[in-house]
Write a protein that binds this ligand. Structure first.
Ligand SMILES: [Zn+2]
Length: 415
C-alpha cells in the first residue's frame, strides 16, 4: 500500500501539455506520478528512495496512435509503385483471408505498437469481421477497434443490416478496447450508412479527403475511383456526385457527432473554419501521406499547422505498416520525427499531437498520457547523446533510436 517513492532523473522530461524540464526529475509512487520538475526543485533524494538515472535519455509519456490497420501488419512494408487505385487493388489481394491469419496479424501489430511506445490505439478492424476486435482485446493494448463498413447506392440497406448485426454480437467495451464504427470513406459509403453509424452512439471514425480521386468521385460521380468501384461490382446507377468536397458532403454528420477523421490531405480555408466548429479530431498520418506522394498536382502541403492554429485537434496516426520505413515498430514517434525534419515543428506541439490530441480523438482522459499528477499509462525513454550541446528534445527528434519503457504500459484498461 505505502510504496517507497521512485525518483527518475533524466537529461530531459517533457509532455504534450507543456511540461518541459531539462534536466528533469520525476517523483512517482508505483504508477502514480506525484511531481515533475527540475532536479533542484525536487531536491536531494531522501533515504530509502529508489533513484533511477537516465542521463542519456529524454522521458516522455506513452504515445497514442490514432489511426492504424493492425490487420495488415503481416504484409510488412510494401514499396509504392503506380497510383492509389492499383495500390488499393494490390492490398485487397494481399489481405489475410482466414480468421487465424487475421488474428495473428493484429497480434503482431500490437507487439510492434508496444515496441514503438504505444499505450492507446485507434485500429481499423478490417473488413466485415469481428476477429480484429477480439484479437486486440487479447493483446491487452487499450484503444478503440473501429469496425469498418462499406456500402454505396442500393447496397446501403444491406450494409446497415450487417453493421447492426455485427455490433449486437460484440461487447462495446471490454479489456480496455472499445468497439467503434468506421464508415470506410465518402466514396465507398453512402450518406445513409453514415447516418445509421451516427445513430449507434459508438465511437466513430472515417477516412476523408485523402486523394484527389476521392474529391473527384464525390463531386462528380466519375473518374478512376468510380471505375474501380464499378470493377468491384459495388456501383449502381443511383449513385450521383454531390457537386462538392467530401467535407461539405458529410458536414451534417461531422457537425453533429464526434468523429476521428483520417488524412484530410486536401482541404481549403473554408474547411479549416468548419473543422474548428465541429467535434472532430483529425488523424494525420504524415509518413503514410508522404508514401503516397501527397500533395499531388501542385496542391498545397497538408494544412495540419493551420488546423492546429484554428484550434482543431490534430492527432497522429501511422496508418498500416505497408506505408512505413520502420519494419520493427509501429510508432507515432517516427511521425513526430518526420514532421520535425520536414517542417521544423517544435517538440512540444508534436508531443501534444502524439498524446493529448490522440486521447481526445479516442474519447479518453488524456491525463495518463501527460505528466500531470496521477496514474500514468506508461513512460518512455528515448536515447540522445548526453555530450551534445543540442537541446535534448530536438536531438530525440533528429535520431532514430527506438523508445524504451521506463514504466511499462498499462494493459487491459485505460488508467
Ligand atoms: Zn486508414
Amino acid at each position: 500500500m505505502n510504496q517507497p517513492p521512485t525518483l527518475l532523473l533524466a537529461a530531459a522530461i517533457a509532455d504534450g501539455s507543456g511540461r518541459c524540464f531539462s534536466p528533469g526529475a520525476m517523483l512517482l509512487r508505483g504508477r502514480s506520478i506525484e511531481t515533475v520538475g527540475s532536479p533542484q526543485r525536487l531536491g536531494a533524494p531522501s533515504p530509502g528512495m529508489d533513484v533511477r538515472r537516465w542521463p542519456g535519455s529524454v522521458l516522455i509519456p506513452g504515445l497514442v496512435n490514432a489511426h492504424a490497420h493492425l490487420d495488415l501488419t503481416h504484409v510488412g512494408p510494401l514499396p509504392h509503385t503506380g497510383d492509389f487505385i492499383s495500390w488499393v487493388e494490390r492490398v485487397r489481394a494481399l489481405r489475410a483471408a482466414d480468421d487465424q491469419a487475421i488474428a495473428a496479424s493484429v497480434r503482431r501489430g500490437a507487439e510492434l505498437s508496444r515496441a514503438g511506445g504505444t499505450v492507446l490505439i485507434g485500429d481499423i478492424a478490417g473488413v466485415r469481421s469481428s476477429v480484429p476486435v477480439h484479437a486486440l482485446r487479447e493483446t491487452g493494448l487499450p484503444g478503440t477497434s473501429f469496425l469498418e463498413v462499406f456500402g454505396l447506392g442500393r447496397r446501403q440497406a444491406e450494409a446497415i443490416d450487417l453493421m447492426t448485426q455485427r455490433i449486437a454480437s460484440i461487447e462495446t467495451d471490454a479489456a480496455g478496447v472499445r468497439l467503434g464504427i468506421q464508415p470506410h470513406a465518402p466514396y465507398s459509403c453512402g450518406t445513409d450508412v453514415y447516418a445509421a453509424a451516427c445513430r449507434l452512439r459508438l465511437p466513430l471514425a472515417t477516412h476523408v479527403a485523402e486523394t484527389l480521386e476521392e474529391l473527384r468521385v464525390v463531386a462528380t460521380g466519375d473518374g478512376p475511383l468510380a471505375e474501380m468501384l464499378q470493377r468491384l461490382g459495388v456501383w449502381d446507377d443511383s449513385i450521383r456526385g454531390c457537386g462538392g468536397h467530401p467535407l461539405d458532403h458529410l458536414a451534417a454528420h461531422f457537425a453533429s457527432v464526434p468523429f476521428l477523421a483520417a488524412h484530410l490531405n486536401y482541404v481549403d480555408d473554408a474547411h479549416i473554419e468548419a473543422l474548428s466548429r465541429w467535434p472532430i479530431t483529425i488523424a494525420y498520418c504524415p509518413r503514410a501521406s508522404g508514401y503516397f506522394g501527397h500533395p499531388h498536382h501542385d496542391r498545397p502541403a497538408h494544412r495540419y499547422r493551420d488546423m492546429l492554429a484554428a484550434g482543431v485537434a490534430v492527432a497522429l496516426g501511422t496508418d498500416s505498416l505497408l506505408c512505413l520505413d520502420t519494419p520493427g515498430r509501429l510508432s507515432v514517434l517516427d511521425d513526430m520525427r518526420f514532421l520535425h525534419r520536414r517542417d521544423g515543428v517544435d517538440p512540444i506541439t508534436l508531443l501534444r499531437m502524439a498524446t493529448v490530441h490522440g486521447a481526445h480523438g479516442l474519447e479518453r482522459d488524456p491525463g495518463p498520457v501527460t505528466f500531470q499528477p496521477g496514474v500514468t499509462a506508461g513512460i518512455l525513454a528515448v536515447d540522445i547523446d548526453s555530450a551534445s550541446s543540442l537541446d535534448p528534445l530536438r536531438q530525440m527528434l533528429r535520431r532514430d533510436d527506438p523508445p524504451r519503457w521506463v514504466i511499462e504500459p498499462s494493459r487491459g484498461a485505460w488508467p
